[in-house]
Design a protein around this ligand. Structure first.
Ligand SMILES: *[C@@H]1O[C@H](CO)[C@@H](O)[C@H](O)[C@H]1NC(C)=O
Length: 246
């Protein structure tokens, strides 16, 4: 599966008419995932209405309103215009390696944390959260592996959220029932990474959890004894106070 890398280059041509408040624009768009997979589009909008476009895969113009259809039919008979669009397509193609290089240089590697929380109202007692912070570009793939195999059920994820500083974060949740001897891994794939990052979940050893439980119980017991002692002491001292000294 493709991890990311869908890029779109835009160039705009704006047409204004101040008197009648008319506004039109033509967008040239290079969309690609690699140099073998490129669509060049020239799209015409007028007063926000999408009228028609040239699509390089079709190799012709298409109109989306009656009037636009008449015009694009004319364009499609105009060899010079079609030639020009082919040239634009080829220009896109030559830029792709440059753009891909530029994007790979601006990519920012994510930082990943993995933690466990209790899953409320779920058939599973536990939930793991894989939080991926501070990455760019936005496209990312976060998946879960159980013993090396991808887990698809009981997985939910947030959208990629913009931090407002060109960086993004995303949080993926896995509801699960811990089983002895299995390994759970959060796998992160991103343009900034040469290969997928694997973050293995290491549960707290049972002995450590037991120590915490014993410690807590001991603390509570101590507190109960202390309070009982306090009450006993108060009763005794106040009882003594009542006895007048002569
Ligand atoms: C361009 O044309 C191809 C082939 O018909 C089509 O698959 C693609 O969706 C078109 N792209 C747009 C943006 O219309």
């Amino acid at each position: 599966m493709r991890t990311c890398s869908f890029f779109s280059l835009l160039c705009l041509l704006l047409l204004f008419s101040r008197a009648d408040a008319l506004f039109g624009y033509i967008v040239g768009r290079c969309q690609f995932t690699s140099s073998d997979d490129l669509v060049y589009l020239a799209q015409v909008y007028f007063n926000k209405v999408f009228l028609g476009q040239y699509n390089s895969t079709l190799g012709k113009y298409t109109g989306y309103t009656e009037k636009a259809k008449e015009i694009t039919d004319g364009f499609n008979k105009n060899h010079k215009m079609l030639e020009q669009e082919k040239k634009n397509y080829n220009k896109c193609k030559t830029y792709i390696p440059l753009i891909l290089d530029l994007f790979s240089q601006t990519a920012v590697e994510p930082s990943v944390t993995l933690r466990s929380v209790e899953a409320a109202g779920s058939k599973h007692p536990g939930m793991l959260i894989c939080s991926v912070y501070k990455f760019f570009p936005k496209q990312i793939r976060v998946t879960w592996l159980r013993n090396g195999k991808e887990v698809t059920s009981d997985v939910t994820s947030t959208e990629e959220m913009a931090n407002g500083n060109w960086l993004y974060q995303i949080h993926s949740h896995l509801e699960y029932t811990p089983r002895l001897g299995e390994t759970i891994t959060c796998k992160v794939e991103h343009a900034s990474l040469m290969e997928p990052q694997l973050h293995e979940w290491v549960p707290k050893p049972a002995s450590e959890r037991n120590k915490i439980a014993v410690g807590t119980a001991g603390l509570l017991l101590g507190l109960v004894i202390f309070i009982a002692g306090l009450i006993y002491y108060k009763k005794n001292t106040s009882g003594r106070m009542l006895v007048p000294t002569s």
